[in-house]
Design a protein around this ligand. Structure first.
Ligand code: HEM
Length: 366
């Protein structure tokens, strides 16, 4: 949560960001809110079967959930949903309609900084970033985070919240696979928060638990060496330039003590997609925060923004730093490079048909 002393300057800054650096497309998206961080965290996992059924029924469909160490997982669709899916199976899905339905779920004044966008994007990234190009497995194709073994990886703490919210869209469009739904939610989040258009393909399937990747494929935020990030992202098939571009997503959202243990936002406008992650990294003096949590950094001046050890690490590597400087100066270049790297991320390990259509969605606030 931002400390009171910094709120007015933060709010002013967010207004500047929204008027100066991005288009009117996201004018409806709140730049920053001084809302207390009322995270609902992983506690959502205590949902009882009966409550889940009731909620599902209210939304016009049913999800059966299994109790699962702090998370709830959709297990099977009901006969009603399956019947609806079968009857519509021959109709091609209008993915722009699905996109619009996800967009309707983004804003909520009672959640974090007013938007589920950041956590939707994190879900899409964690569903995709398990890909290993040598083992040729992992990635979003089989949506294996539906299963306890992957949902329970510590890196995925808090993501049940995003999965459960997106089940409302699954109820409306039962024929979409979970992997398509989660990655489309990532695309929608980026675009609706003012980011670039991300090309997207459909065709992921709901795979089996045996397809779950092993734990440990996602980056460890406490690692202060750039080599760790390189090792993790090289396994997915990314270059140094793509890694830095992807990390620019930390302009969005925040860390939560009840999820990762870290705390706070990287930028003063965590619901607006900008190149601010790079300008903040270079433009502020970062000092170690004195607190009872894991090692992280705070900006010396306002003590309201944070960086992870893994964020600071990219300043120490010559090649990484070169791209931080380029993206800090050139937001258009960042948007273009992020759009390519992100589309690649969401397609890792996917087995699309050869002639699979490439979709580009129209933002709802365009
Ligand atoms: C070295 C690589 C990375 C590390 C170590 C890292 C680590 C983290 C950590 C610790 C959090 C806080 C989670 C929480 O407490 O809720 C976080 C949040 C987030 N990350 Fe990353 N991340 C990395 C790369 C990425 C990439 C590639 C993307 C997307 C392309 C991304 C998008 C996000 C977003 C949007 C959030 C905010 C989530 C929210 O507000 O709920 N991160 N990341």
């Amino acid at each position: 949560m931002l400390r009171a002393s910094s709120l007015s300057s933060v709010a002013r800054r967010a207004a500047l960001v929204s008027s100066a650096s991005t288009s009117s497309r996201f004018a409806a998206t709140r730049a920053y809110s001084a809302q207390p961080n009322r995270s609902s965290g992983g506690g959502a996992g205590t949902t009882l079967l009966i409550a889940a059924l009731a909620a599902g029924a209210g939304a016009g469909g049913y999800h059966y959930y299994v109790q699962n160490e702090g998370t709830t997982l959709p297990k099977i669709a009901s006969a009603k949903s399956a019947g609806a899916a079968a009857s519509k199976a021959t109709e091609p899905l209008d993915y722009q309609k699905v996109y619009n339905a996800i967009a309707e779920l983004l804003e909520d004044d009672n959640y974090d900084d007013g938007s589920y966008g950041p956590v939707f994007l994190r879900l899409a990234w964690h569903a995709s970033g398990t890909y290993d190009k040598t083992a040729k497995n992992g990635g979003s194709h089989a949506a294996t985070m539906r299963y306890k073994s992957e949902a329970g990886h510590s890196a995925n703490a808090g993501l049940a919240l995003a999965r459960e919210r997106l089940n409302r869209v699954k109820d409306r469009f039962p024929q979409i696979s979970y992997g398509d739904l989660w990655t489309l939610a990532g695309v929608c989040a980026i675009q609706e928060m003012g980011g670039p258009i991300i090309k997207w393909k459909s065709g992921r399937i709901d795979g089996e638990e045996e397809h779950c990747p092993p734990d440990g494929r996602l980056p460890d935020a406490s690692r202060a060496d750039a080599q760790h990030s390189k090792d993790v992202f090289y396994k997915m098939g990314f270059t140094d330039q793509e890694i830095v571009a992807l990390l620019g997503a930390h302009a969005l959202g925040r860390c939560h003590r009840d999820r990762s243990g870290f705390d706070g936002p990287w930028t003063a406008s965590p619901t607006v997609f900008t190149n601010t992650y790079f300008t903040e990294l270079l433009g502020r003096k970062w000092v170690e925060r004195k607190w009872d949590g894991p090692k992280q950094f705070e900006d010396k001046e306002s003590q309201s923004l944070m960086m992870l050890p893994a964020d600071m690490a990219i300043l120490k590597d010559k090649e990484f730093r070169k791209w931080v400087e380029i993206y800090a100066k050139d937001e258009k270049r960042f948007f273009d490079d992020f759009a390519s790297a992100c589309a690649k991320l969401f397609e890792l390990g996917c087995k699309f048909e050869d002639n699979a259509r490439v979709y580009e969605f129209k933002p709802t606030n365009a």
